[in-house]
Write a protein that binds this ligand. Structure first.
Ligand code: NAG
Ligand code: NAG
Length: 344
């Protein structure tokens, strides 16, 4: 097996379980997500993904360290395969790329996307307190410390680690253009093109220390509950033109099919939490702010009340001494001095 065929092999490994189980699946219609469990029982099971990160079910964990990316800066001499698998567009990644700082070493296999439609740029799978982003990128890694390849890891409880990145429409993103400019070559299902390697790190948000962490599943059939999820807090942005390259250029049907089916809205809805909590590596911004505001308010009111009490106390004391002129000129303290001296 040559180096060139390795990405192809990985794609076959990923595609094979889907086709071998003999169940066509889509995102809506009679084969839509509510019917996935007919052919893929895990899709109706527990610990499913994606989920909504709702504040009540988040727990801050100070032990969650920044994600460590190894060998993510690929040489332009390296060829990556960009392909349309009928459900998404996917870029193969070499297994030299891996994640460190997790319980095992997880080696990269591929990255792919979920997105909305051209007039509805809401297609992320995970959501933050109900907020859905325009799109979401998943970087799929397998536990290479325990399993020799992704096909043996995909259904194991500690088999996969996926990095999720929210994508919003805004600034043009030159890093994304390194493969998006070739996406027209993968218009139809099973079409593929070769793309020169680049620094995959540039596809991720600047901060790798702020993320959500939970145990979940593949978000597509067969929905194995085998994924250690890391979803970054901060989105990356792509331009509207770049978003439209995903949302309007691709079809889930083969080139030879007479009625082409657009590939869009390829996101699964949030799943039940099933007694799970999601850990967060960062202190919730709003929460910190409101606690800060509350503390300031309490301190300020306390100081205010103290000030007023002091004033009243001074006033009453001075009045009893009936020395109004000294109060006007010097306030309370000098009067105390005078009081002492008269007392002596
Ligand atoms: C990535 O590698 C290229 C050479 O292959 C180098 O020029 C570049 O500085 C590297 N980038 C980073 C961020 O390390
Ligand atoms: C994955 O690894 C197992 C065990 O080494 C092997 O039997 C299997 O053929 C491999 N799968 C592929 C498709 O390479």
């Amino acid at each position: 097996m040559g180096i060139m065929s390795f990405p192809l092999l990985i794609m076959i490994l990923i595609a094979f379980p889907l086709s071998s189980n003999g169940g066509k699946w889509t995102y809506d219609g009679p084969d839509g997500e509510h019917h996935w469990s007919r052919n893929y029982p895990y899709c109706g099971g527990t610990f499913q993904s994606p989920i909504n990160f709702q504040p009540e079910l988040l727990r801050f964990d100070p032990d969650l360290l920044p994600i460590q990316l190894q060998n993510y800066n690929l040489s332009s001499k390296e060829q990556l395969t960009l392909s349309n698998n009928g459900h998404s567009v996917q870029l193969s990644l070499p297994s030299r790329m891996h994640l460190a700082g997790l319980p095992y070493r997880y080696s990269a296999a591929q990255l792919h996307f979920h997105w909305g439609s051209s007039n509805m740029p809401i297609g992320s799978e995970h959501t933050i307190n109900g907020k859905q982003f325009a799109a979401e990128m998943h970087l799929v890694h397998f536990n290479s410390a325990k399993y020799p390849n992704i096909s043996l890891a995909v259904d194991k409880s500690d088999g996969l680690a996926v990095l999720g990145v929210f994508i919003e429409v805004g600034e043009f993103n030159p890093a994304f253009d390194q493969f998006l400019k070739y996406v027209k070559g993968t218009k139809y299902k099973d079409q593929k093109v070769q793309v020169a390697g680049f620094n995959i790190r540039e596809l991720l948000p600047a901060r790798l220390d702020e993320y959500y962490r939970y145990d979940g599943s593949l978000t597509t059939p067969p929905c194995y509950p085998s994924v250690l999820w890391t979803v970054f807090r901060n989105p990356v942005s792509i331009s509207r033109g770049q978003y439209l390259a995903l949302a309007t250029a691709l079809f889930s049907s083969h080139a030879q099919e007479s009625s082409p089916v657009p590939l869009l809205g390829n996101y699964r809805k949030p799943q039940l939490m099933d007694n799970r909590v999601a850990l967060v590596s960062f202190q919730q911004g709003d929460l910190t702010w409101s606690w800060g505001a509350l503390i300031s308010l309490v301190v300020a009111s306390g100081l205010g009340i103290l000030f007023i009490i002091t004033l009243i106390w001074c006033f009453l004391k001075n009045r009893s001494k009936a020395d109004q002129e000294t109060i006007k000129a010097d306030g309370c303290k000098p009067l105390e001095g005078k009081e002492k001296s008269t007392g002596v």
